[in-house]
Design a protein around this ligand. Structure first.
Ligand SMILES: *Cc1c(COP(=O)(O)O)cnc(C)c1O
Length: 480
């Protein structure tokens, strides 16, 4: 095309102008009338700019053909039309992956959100009286029945629940916490920081590995506002370890008329130990211990939407609900709809185990996982060229989301290796698929764990791997 193929300025001159490309009919007739004008313009600019940069960097020795440009522009247009927040396939095996949105919702919860989101709702209207009602009542009875608590309140997330509770119950007062429970949850949520921000004074007692009731008792003064127990969600102290049980702390609190609060973190409503899964305390047990307030997340082991749930004594919950800050961390109607539907599933624990995806994935049968891995491995072997090596491996997954930190969930994964591409590169390309696939690397192999693959997602994994080979070709062509 160009008179002097190695001269970048000549190559640049050969590139068509934006307005010229926008007039190409093959861009407009695509997909029934073509993409919106703004997306097309943006794509044309991006693609031409990329070619210009490549030429200036001395990478190309020819300008692209019209058909190559059209292909790239249409691809870029699709990218421009994609929303920023979109579904990905979780092939990591980590069930409660905070970066991937934690808990997938139950079908019942999805339907509830749709119903409520479509139009208007009785969010804050009492249908019986026509008077203004409280949004919290939609889950109040359920939460009380399921947990055995007198009352409940729901807010934006558990971090907000803890903050609001501390601010209400302990502002300007001392809060006694064991040194073994001054935890940091991922994403900069640290108990000492939250206490400081809520204007409470932290009084640390005991040591990292051992705290006794006498330690708490000695620390009680007339300025004590709260005894706080925090579930060390994402770690456990093993070996020479002692902590004070919630019952004993409650007894101490009663003696001095000081409220006792437990931040449970995960907030499990079913006994996972019965399913062979660890020592996660249930909300029911914490409530039965007599704690004045228990807080937990909606989207960890509960498997619902992001929410912070507070259950406990009526008077205390009422005070917290009336605090002006509650308005700032208010729960919205979509979350409430999803939460009510999720909690309803817990009315029958067996239904919850089957219908709440987080629970179902955590307790997946290792035999079924093995079969799924074998099927996926077979399909990948048929799909991928000889440079790929596909095997089945025994793995153990983690629950994630700061839950069940010691639990190895037994499973089987598919391990992929390629002689022409490193594991990091495969991972990066899988992330660029139309529906991105998120996998992990272990010992230089890409691991695909079927535990977290939802219905129909095996096909999306195959599509991503199929595109990976295609992308290879395109890349080579582009760079000459
Ligand atoms: C996860 C966790 C939190 C924060 O909960 P979010 O719902 O993520 O805001 C607070 N405390 C503990 C103990 C936790 O495990």
């Amino acid at each position: 095309m160009s008179s002097h193929p190695m001269d970048p300025r000549a190559l640049l001159r050969d590139l068509p102008a934006v307005h010229e490309v926008l007039g190409w009919p093959e861009l407009l007739t695509h997909a029934g009338g073509g993409p919106p004008r703004w997306a097309l313009r943006k794509a044309v600019q991006t693609v031409l700019e990329r070619w210009r940069a490549n030429i200036l960097a001395g990478w190309g020795d020819a300008t692209p053909s019209r058909s190559v440009l059209v292909g790239e522009i249409l691809e870029e247009t699709q990218r421009a039309l994609q929303p920023s927040l979109r579904p990905v396939v979780n092939a990591t095996g980590v069930v409660l992956h905070t970066n991937l949105g934690r808990a997938p919702l139950a079908q019942e919860a999805l339907e509830a959100v749709q119903e409520v989101a479509r139009g208007y709702s009785n969010l804050e209207l009492e249908l019986e009286t026509g008077k203004r009602g409280s949004r919290y009542r939609h889950v109040l009875t359920l939460l009380c029945e399921l947990t055995g608590a007198e009352s409940s309140l729901v807010v934006n997330n558990n971090a907000a629940a803890v903050f609001l509770a501390l601010r209400t119950l302990a502002r300007g007062r001392e809060v006694i916490v064991s040194r073994g429970e001054l935890v940091e949850i991922g994403g900069s949520f640290r108990i000492p920081d939250i206490l400081r921000e809520s204007d409470a004074v932290l009084v640390e007692v005991g040591t990292t590995n051992r705290t006794h009731l006498a330690d708490y008792e000695r620390a009680v003064t007339s300025a004590t506002g709260l005894l706080l127990k925090v579930h060390p969600s994402n770690y456990r102290v093993l070996g020479f370890h002692r902590e004070v049980g919630l019952e004993d702390l409650v007894a101490l609190g009663r003696r001095f008329s000081i409220p006792v609060m437990q931040d449970l973190g995960s907030g499990c409503l079913v006994d996972l130990a019965a399913a062979g899964l660890g020592d996660e305390p249930t909300v029911q047990r914490a409530v039965r211990s007599g704690a004045d307030l228990v807080t937990f997340s909606g989207d960890k082991l509960l498997g619902g939407p992001q929410a912070g749930i507070l259950v406990g004594k009526q008077a205390i919950v009422e005070t917290i609900q009336k605090h002006p800050l509650n308005r700032a961390v208010r729960i919205d109607k979509l979350t409430l709809a999803a939460l009510e539907a999720t909690l309803t599933l817990y009315r029958d624990p067996r239904t919850a185990q089957e219908r709440v995806p987080a629970l179902a994935l955590l307790t997946r049968d290792p035999q079924i996982l093995k079969k799924k891995a074998a099927r996926l491995a077979g399909a990948l072997r048929r799909l991928l060229p000889g440079s790929f090596d596909v095997r089945v491996r025994t793995v153990s997954a983690r629950a994630g989301g700061g839950s069940l930190p010691l639990e190895d969930l037994p499973g089987t994964a598919v391990a992929v290796r390629c002689s022409r591409m490193g594991a990091e590169e495969i991972l990066a390309r899988l992330r660029r698929a139309p529906v991105p696939v998120i996998a992990r690397i272990e010992k230089d192999e890409v691991l695909l764990d079927p535990r977290t693959l939802l219905k129909g997602e095996e096909d999306l994994v195959l599509a991503a791997f199929g595109g990976l080979a295609g992308e290879r070709g395109a890349q080579r062509g582009r760079q000459g």
